[in-house]
Design a protein around this ligand. Structure first.
Ligand SMILES: O=C(O)c1ccccc1N[C@@H]1O[C@H](COP(=O)(O)O)[C@@H](O)[C@H]1O
Length: 220
C-alpha cells in the first residue's frame, strides 16, 4: 500500500479508463444500493474486467450479508474487499476467512476516542482505512460524503502504522493531508466528481498527480 492512490466509486468505462491511464493503484466499485455510485453486478463485472491486471480492484460493501458478498466476489473478482459499515472485528475475520480475500476495514474518525478502534482491527484486517465519521443526518451515507475530519487527530499515531486516508480529499488538499498525517495511501470519491456519483476525468488526473507529487516530496 505504500504511496498508493485509490479512486473509488467508478461507474463508467470512460472514467475508469481515466483513472487507469493516470496511474491509479486501486480502483473501487461500490456495492451499496443507497449510494449514487452503486454498480449492478453486470456493470461491476464489466468494469472490473477492464481494470484487471492494470490496478487493484476493490469492492466496497456496507454491512453486507454473506450472500451479497458472494455474488459480488463471483461477478467482480476483486483483489480487496473494503468493509465500510459497522462490521465487528469478528465479522471482519469471518469475511476474510470465508471469502479468502484481503480485507480493508474502514474506521470512522471524528474525535480522538475513535482511534481506539485501531487496536481491535489492526491485527485482523489486512489494511485500515481512516475515513471521516459520517454526519448524523438522515441522508448521510456511511462514507462518500465528501467531508474531511480533523487530520491533526492522527499526528500522534505510531509512524509504523500503515493506513489509507479518506474523507473529503480532493486535488487541492491531498498534498497537505499526506504531509500532515503521513498516510501511506489515499482514497477519494466525491472530490473527483462534478455531482454525486458523476466522476470527472480531469479531476481524477489532477488528484493522482497531486498525490504523486506529495509522495515524491522530501519528508518535512
Ligand atoms: O462512495 C460511496 O458512495 C460510499 C458509500 C458508502 C460507504 C463508503 C463510500 N465511499 C467511501 O467513503 C470514503 C470517503 O469518500 P469521499 O472522498 O469523502 O467522498 C472513501 O473511502 C470512499 O471509498
Amino acid at each position: 500500500m505504500d504511496h498508493a492512490v485509490k479512486i473509488c466509486g467508478l461507474s463508467t468505462p470512460e472514467t475508469l479508463e481515466a483513472a487507469l491511464q493516470a496511474g491509479a493503484d486501486w480502483v473501487g466499485f461500490v456495492r451499496f444500493a443507497k449510494s449514487p455510485r452503486h454498480v449492478d453486478l453486470s456493470l461491476g463485472q464489466r468494469l472490473s474486467a477492464l481494470a484487471k491486471g492494470r490496478a487493484g480492484r476493490v469492492v466496497l460493501l456496507v454491512d453486507a450479508e454473506d450472500a451479497a458478498i458472494a455474488e459480488a466476489v463471483t461477478a467482480l473478482d476483486p483483489d480487496l474487499l473494503q468493509l465500510h459499515g459497522h462490521e465487528t472485528p469478528e465479522r471482519v475475520a469471518a469475511i476474510r476467512s470465508t471469502f479468502k480475500k484481503p480485507v480493508m476495514k474502514a474506521i470512522g474518525i471524528a474525535e480522538a476516542g475513535d482511534l481506539a478502534a485501531l487496536d481491535a482491527y489492526s491485527a485482523i484486517a489486512d489494511h485500515l482505512l481512516l475515513d471521516a465519521k459520517p454526519p448524523k443526518t438522515p441522508e448521510a451515507l456511511p462514507g462518500g460524503n465528501g467531508l474531511p475530519f480533523d487530520w491533526r487527530l492522527l499526528t500522534g499515531l505510531d509512524p509504523r502504522l500503515s493506513f489509507m486516508l479518506s474523507g473529503g480529499l480532493n486535488p487541492g488538499n491531498v498534498a497537505e493531508a499526506i504531509r500532515l498525517t503521513k498516510a501511506r495511501a489515499v482514497d477519494v470519491s466525491s472530490g473527483v466528481e462534478v455531482a454525486p456519483g458523476v466522476k470527472d476525468s480531469g479531476k481524477i488526473e489532477a488528484f493522482i498527480k497531486a498525490a504523486r507529487a506529495a509522495y515524491a516530496a522530501p519528508v518535512s
